[in-house]
Design a protein around this ligand. Structure first.
Ligand code: MLC
Ligand code: AMP
Length: 492
């Protein structure tokens, strides 16, 4: 069974699926089944076959849900991209993924036309319109079913070398994770999820869509996170999920009270560390203890604090059903309970590997099939995981991952620059912020606004440093390696 067939078991035709912020029904379950069937049929008629890839970049709207489901039905690998990515970044993804179709909006079509040579470029609104014209009798609702082992989605995640890698996530991975989360959070058809996350990442796409779909529940669908809108709609919702920055921002809203949250069953946070202060302030204002969970692109969700049972402060909870977790200490041995180490994960939720990187498998996975997460943590004697840092050089800003190497490569490419080091420092809103330390060529004239300006057309806005420092030289150890810890201590 593919993921769509699995999800469909929970559909009830007349039940509202997607609701607008004003509670109007956009699609009920019969509508979404019909429309995704039309689009899937149309894509197949245009020559797409199971295993073909489509690259997707357009602002969040309900068509993204339709297209995602259509791809699941037709066995087409769905590759959604962050809407902040600019031409240079898009060029890389298109060359790497080699998609048959690029699906975008009117505004972005021109950018893709500048470099796309072999793929077809379609505008999402037009695709939906044309699909709607297909005669009912020609719609193929039961397309050739792809096996659950095949890739459903490819999500790009940045690598330490500065080049993103495509993680191939199978139907089976997603089915297992939706089932485990349903049980962990007691999800039911009566739930109404307030969905404010983007739909190009694991969090908003898989947790935020698959879970309600698998249970036949409703979603109030916001195009963008706005703390004011979210707080106003909370009374009509039973579940809210977000990155820690959402909770920080919601706390500034005077309308956030115990009363406005009285219908909420559970608040869930993930994608970045939730500060203790945020958690305590939220508890005081709303009476709700946020449930923190831990996941990643390659694995989906791994752990969660229990919905019923002890939620330990500072912990991301217990391994989900079917997920095996362990820590490996610095000597390369499996850690004892409480001993820190790199977290390794195995289970049906874990992806098969990266696109076109089969040769690196032994670096990414252990011999017995555990994925090396690059996260550091300790697992206590009761199985609760406490994340304590990262082995990988990664910054998480507002729930978005930024690999310093990628930013350093951009800065170093400017002729005024000799070298640079990019680090993450605490930020009250984003959790972490990107900070660049730059050594310029002797005669160069470069200041912060000039550097930022140069970077603006090159990379997505969220990767641009919020702070820039100019140093005469970078601190290095005896091996010549830049000592980022010294920079963090000095500037933090
Ligand atoms: C936007 N900007 C950011 C940013 N988002 N800067 C740093 N970090 C971010 N996360 C910048 C823009 O480039 C722009 O810069 C300015 O802020 C305003 O842009 P905006 O679009 O108006 O910002 P805003 O709407 O406030 O967005 C912030 C946000 C958003 C926190 C609401 O980033 C967000 O929704 N984040 C969630 C990401 C997410 O879904 N993560 C899950 C990954 S999955 P300028 O200079 O142009 O003004 C994962 C696995 C797991 O990690 O476990 O879940
Ligand atoms: P991504 O590659 O975007 O999927 O991001 C995954 C990374 O986000 C993980 O490897 C962790 O470093 C981080 N992460 C996810 N959830 C949490 C959490 N609850 N607390 C701390 N870090 C988290």
């Amino acid at each position: 069974m593919n993921l769509y067939e699995n999800l469909k078991k929970g559909f009830e035709g007349s039940k509202p699926f997607l609701l607008s912020p004003h509670s109007e029904v956009i699609y009920n379950y019969a509508d979404i089944d019909h429309l995704s069937g039309l689009v899937a049929t149309h894509l197949v008629e245009r020559g797409l076959v199971p295993g073909d890839r489509i690259l997707v970049q357009f602002e969040k709207n309900v068509s993204a849900v339709v297209l995602y489901l259509a791809c699941l039905r037709a066995g087409i690998v769905y590759i959604p991209l962050n809407t902040q990515y600019l031409k240079k970044e898009l060029e890389f993804f298109a060359a790497d993924a080699n998609p048959k179709f690029v699906i975008t909006d009117k505004k972005r079509k021109r950018t893709f036309e500048l470099f796309i040579k072999t793929s077809k470029i379609l505008v999402i609104d037009e695709l939906i319109k044309i699909s709607e014209k297909i005669k009912e009798s020609n719609v193929n609702y039961d397309l050739e079913s792809s096996s659950s082992d095949t890739a459903a989605v490819m999500l790009y995640t940045s690598g330490t070398t500065g080049k993103p890698k495509g993680a191939l996530i199978s139907h089976k991975n997603l089915i297992a994770n939706a089932q485990a989360l349903t049980n962990a959070w007691d999800w039911s058809k009566n739930d109404v999820l307030l969905h404010a996350l983007p739909v190009f990442h694991v969090h908003g796409l898989f947790v935020g869509l698959n879970l309600p779909l698998a249970n036949g529940s409703s979603i109030i669908y916001l195009d963008k996170f706005s703390p004011q809108k979210v707080v106003n709609i909370l009374p009509k919702s039973t579940v809210f999920m977000g990155v820690p920055t959402y909770y920080v921002r919601m706390l500034s809203e005077s309308a956030l009270t115990k009363d406005s949250c009285k219908n909420i069953r559970v608040f869930i946070s993930g994608s970045a560390p939730l500060l203790k202060k945020t958690s305590l302030d939220f508890m005081e204002k709303t009476g709700h203890e946020i449930v923190e969970r831990y996941g990643m692109t390659e694995t989906g969700m791994n752990t969660s604090n229990p919905f019923q049972g002890l939620r330990k402060a500072g912990s991301v909870g217990l391994a989900l059903e079917g997920v095996q977790l362990r820590a490996r200490n610095e000597s390369g041995d499996i850690s004892e309970a409480g001993e820190p180490g790199e977290i390794e994960v195995r289970g049906q939720n874990v992806f098969a590997g990266y696109w076109k990187r089969e040769e690196f498998r032994s670096r990414d996975f252990t011999e017995d099939g555990f994925f090396r997460t690059g996260d550091l943590g300790r697992i206590d004697s009761e199985g609760y995981l406490f994340l304590i840092g990262r082995k990988k050089d990664l910054i998480i800003s507002g729930g978005l991952n930024i690999f310093p190497k990628e930013i350093e490569l951009v800065i170093d490419s400017f002729e005024e620059v000799q070298e640079s080091a990019v680090i993450g420092l605490p930020h009250p809103d984003f959790g972490e912020q990107v900070v660049a330390v730059v050594v310029t060529e002797e005669t160069a004239r470069l200041d912060k606004p000039m550097l930022i300006n140069k970077m603006k057309g090159e990379i997505a806005g969220y990767k641009i440093p919020k702070e820039v420092y100019f140093f005469d030289e970078l601190p290095r150890n005896a091996m010549g390696k830049v000592q980022k810890n010294i920079l963090r201590e000095k500037l933090g």
